[in-house]
Write a protein that binds this ligand. Structure first.
Ligand code: SAM
Length: 235
């Protein structure tokens, strides 16, 4: 997967991708990231990319021309153009997995100020929101999209690491523990220390259902549960 991120703040994107699992995915050529400074695509003096709204209204608006020129500079026949906006389709794990499978090249546009000239939409394939709140800019949204897709690309992380992650099979993850065995009187469940693999698996299956039932009952889809989990749910 190649990501081309169009932004007014290249350093914000750069700082994030130079860390952790994303950095490793880059080093292993599992992904590529191209950061495009929107100001490189204006023809106006002083690198101007925004202007006042027609009709009045508070806040500056990103101009259509630099954005379209930036898109056209990197677009190929295999590109999918995503606009970050609170007005878009809400980003979810299912979309992250679908994008990881379906697309070779994502162009992600980060907005700022009051947003974009509406005519930008004529050059966009999909509008994406990361939730029902308003951020100051699209960089965090772009990084959420990049991070969640990258995690779903084969070999970026071990498959067993995400097989029971939250949202897989419409369940939340089971609780996990590490050392010490006891912290201020609170102990790791005995079964996890037992070395009995079948019982440990049963504990994890059960805890996924209980955890989801307590925190996100709306997610549960009984058809996706194994027999043991169905029994737990119906207890
Ligand atoms: N006036 C716009 C509106 O109310 O729809 C909001 C503009 S916001 C201050 C500036 C930029 O931040 C947006 O153009 C978008 O790129 C990004 N942004 C803000 N909230 C977002 C969200 N929930 N999801 C994705 N991008 C968001």
């Amino acid at each position: 997967m190649k990501y081309s991120i169009i932004t007014l703040f290249p350093k914000t994107i750069q700082a994030y991708i130079e860390e952790s699992i994303i950095k490793k995915a880059l080093e292993r050529n599992l992904i590529a990231v191209e950061i495009i400074d929107l100001r490189d695509y204006t023809t106006l003096a002083h690198n101007q990319v925004d202007d006042y709204q027609f009709g009045g209204g508070k806040g500056m608006v990103l101009m259509v021309e630099p954005i379209v020129r930036a898109i056209e500079a990197v677009k190929t026949k295999n590109s999918w153009v995503v606009l970050t906006t609170p007005q878009g389709q809400t980003w979810q794990q299912t979309l992250a997995k679908q994008f990881a499978k379906q697309y070779e090249h994502l162009i992600i546009i980060c907005g700022h100020y009051e947003g974009f000239d509406e005519r930008v939409l004529e050059y966009v394939d999909q509008e994406v929101s990361i939730g029902d709140y308003v951020l100051t800019g699209g960089e965090i949204a772009a990084l959420v999209i990049v991070d969640s897709i990258t995690r779903s690309i084969p070999h970026v992380i071990k498959e067993e690491s995400f097989a029971q992650d939250s949202f897989e099979n419409n369940l939340l993850d089971y609780p996990v523990y590490t050392k010490p065995v006891e912290f201020r009187g609170s102990k790791v469940p005995d079964v996890l220390l037992s070395g009995h693999h079948a019982n440990i698996q049963k504990f994890k299956d059960e805890q996924q259902v209980i955890n989801t039932w307590k925190k996100r009952p709306d997610l549960i889809d009984e058809k996706q549960l194994n027999q043991y989990q169905k029994e737990i749910l119906n207890k």
